[in-house]
Write a protein that binds this ligand. Structure first.
Ligand SMILES: Cc1cc2nc3c(=O)[nH]c(=O)nc-3n(C[C@H](O)[C@H](O)[C@H](O)COP(=O)(O)OP(=O)(O)OC[C@H]3O[C@@H](n4cnc5c(N)ncnc54)[C@H](O)[C@@H]3O)c2cc1C
Length: 387
């Protein structure tokens, strides 16, 4: 018998939530392995915008479930996870206004609390220069959460529920016997498991390769800036994806904002083990210019901080989730592609159900890596991590 019912590799939000959900779904012996510390890679530097606006039914459904979960997560896990439903505004990229309105209609059919605000309605936001904007989608329950607090809360709840977590413990390779993954090797030796979940973020492809598994994924450098607005200025209230100016703006409270560039933009592929973690001066200047035009109250904001982190990007910017045809004992949960923080809550719950009962919704099964060899990549309206 395997020593563990499940081993989850990686304690970013994906692995932490999955380990917790597997315990909750009834697996007795779940081991969570983390090379460094929880949320130490992409999750810890995430802008962590929480939104439900997606252009595919499957991701809109998942995002809705995730927002519902955020609303009760602090009670469930016993800690504040920093979820702040300050609202979310989606300004569609040029030429996608009709698609955005159709997507709002699709989301409303799913029961999502979202509305389309026409050009005139945007005038109510005194912090927004709405000139030239055709309208925007608005969600009252969107906003943001604290990605580190959320991940740590999942890990703590997992341990409280009897889970075993080992930090500073890399999985060196997957163990494979024919068409079955049988465990992982750590520096302490071989660890056998009924199932291994690869939630290693930008390193997931490298881990998969140790067992000869294909996992097409780019590690892309993503820069962010943090600005302090001045008192007395009209400052944005909700989290915002501004497709007109290709930036995102995420409040942090107390007049501070995380601001990054959104799709489309140049993407820089890097070595996940070795990349420049500080931001480029030209990037900061570019952000400042875009910010000042659309959000005049931030024109004289003070730069507090700037940094770079990693996106793990799949060929269609949708994650790889679940088992693969013809391979036992293994599941993917990676490829958040720059929008995988908030959805991880709902994905982890559905993944745990799939792995423990064999049951999964048909649309959810389509997110398996099997879509790559089958040539069935996901099609979305906006491109990139806008989903
Ligand atoms: C700058 C930035 C802004 C973002 N903004 C948003 C946003 O606004 N909204 C949103 O929803 N998403 C956003 N995202 C995306 C989101 O944060 C990520 O999709 C998500 O956090 C990825 O979580 P993860 O657990 O899959 O990966 P990671 O957080 O990368 O975690 C993977 C973990 O695996 C560990 N690991 C790797 N290899 C091994 C091994 N061999 N053995 C043991 N452990 C290993 C790593 O140390 C790491 O802790 C953003 C991401 C970035 C970088």
């Amino acid at each position: 018998m395997a020593a563990h019912d499940a081993i989850v590799v990686g304690a970013g939000i994906a692995g932490a939530a999955t380990a917790y959900e597997l315990r909750r779904a009834g697996l007795a012996r779940v081991l969570l392995l983390e090379r460094g510390a929880p949320a130490g890679v992409g999750t810890g530097r995430s802008a962590a915008i929480v939104r439900q606006h997606y252009s595919t039914k499957v991701m809109a459904r998942i995002a809705k479930a995730a927002v519902e979960r955020f609303a009760r997560l602090a009670d469930e896990l016993g800690r504040d996870v920093g979820y702040r439903p300050v609202g979310y505004l989606f300004i569609p990229p040029p030429g996608t206004e009709s698609a955005a309105q159709a997507n709002v209609a699709m989301q409303r059919e799913l029961g999502t609390d979202t509305v389309w605000l026409g050009a005139n309605a945007l005038g109510r936001f005194d912090w927004l220069n709405s000139e030239g904007l055709p309208g925007a989608a608005y969600e009252a329950k969107g906003g943001y959460a604290d990605p580190v607090a959320t991940t740590e809360a999942y890990v703590a709840a997992f341990v409280r529920d009897g889970g075993d977590v080992r930090l500073k413990t890399p999985a060196r390779r997957l163990l494979r016997a024919g068409d079955r993954i049988t465990g992982v090797e750590t520096d302490d030796g071989e660890q056998s498991a009924g199932i291994v979940v690869n939630a290693a973020g930008p390193f997931a492809g490298l881990l998969a390769a140790t067992a000869g598994l294909d996992l097409p994924m780019r590690a892309v450098r993503e820069q962010d800036t943090v600005w302090q607005g001045r008192p007395g200025r009209p400052l944005p209230v909700p989290s915002i994806s501004d497709g007109a100016d290709a930036i995102y703006v995420r409040p942090m409270g107390e007049g501070r904002f995380i601001v990054g560039r959104g799709f489309p933009k140049p993407y820089q592929d890097v070595d996940p083990y070795n990349f420049k973690e500080t931001a480029d001066d030209a990037f900061v200047a570019d952000i400042q210019g875009r910010l000042a035009t659309r959000f005049p109250g931030l024109a004289d904001a003070r730069l507090m901080h700037a940094y770079a982190a990693l996106y793990d990007v799949t060929p269609d910017w949708y994650p790889f989730i679940g088992p693969r045809a013809g391979l036992a004992g293994y599941a993917d949960f990676s490829g958040g592609s720059g929008h995988g923080f908030k959805t991880a809550l709902a994905i982890a719950a559905e993944l745990a159900r799939w792995l423990t009962s064999g049951e999964a919704a048909e649309d959810f099964r389509q997110l398996s890596h099997d879509r790559v060899p089958a040539g069935r990549l996901i099609q979305q309206s906006y491109g990139g991590n806008r989903g």
